[in-house]
Design a protein around this ligand. Sequence first.
Ligand code: SF4
Ligand code: SF4
Length: 252
Amino acid sequence: MAHETPSQQPRLSRQTIRKAILVVSFLLLPVTLFYISPIVILMGAAEGIATGSLLVFAALAVLSLGVSRFWCGWLCPMGAWQEICSPVMKHRVDGRRDRVKYGVTVLWLSLLAYLFIGAGGIRAVDPFYGTVNGVSITSSETLVIVGVIFLALFAAAYLLGRRGFCRVLCPTAALMIAGRKIRNAVGWPALRLAADAGRCIGCERCTNACPMGLDVHGMVRDGKMESTECILCGECVDACPEGAVGYTWRGK
Ligand code: SF4
Ligand code: SF4
């Protein structure tokens, strides 16, 4: 198995770096929001315009063929917001609601197609759609709307569990999961988790550390590290005292 041994693991630093990246991503939201917003995609579609966020969503879908949901674990400001709020979100997300996001995505894609068809198709591409000089939030009204959206996101995660929005509701997640499924069907090499069950002492630290509420210990024990809900954050890798979990780049 191509993973790091315990002595090679930069346990603290990797998660410190990941969380720092997430905080920076969150702080950059006033600039970046309109480049990652599914709502802005719909607004552009109603005018027949492919927005910057549509281009970013397409890029994330393509990238997921190689790195799955790495975006969710390391870069997404919505994920960052939930991790910033995680100290007050004690309970783990209930995996029985995972499929809700697929319904959300189908509805969103249907509305997107309907709006583009109604507008006569894609008539223009505007990467900076809705921004002022490339900046997303430029008025107090927009700031209030965004504040309400993030309060709703907090409420959703509070009710559903840590990273509950990512696991239950996010339409972007479903696009990346589709990329992951395609890659696995073809057998392309990709960034994955790998485990050595022989090293596992059953301490459950990996499971307790997983922000997506996955039973990582069970995955290690059963030798099934492939999960549509894994965001490759590496929390389990860095929590394991035995080096039983690691990253690898290989085919299925
Ligand atoms: S299984 Fe590990 S890498 Fe995947 S989401 Fe959970 S903690 Fe992160
Ligand atoms: S943290 Fe490591 S040793 Fe503990 S249960 Fe998970 S895989 Fe096993």
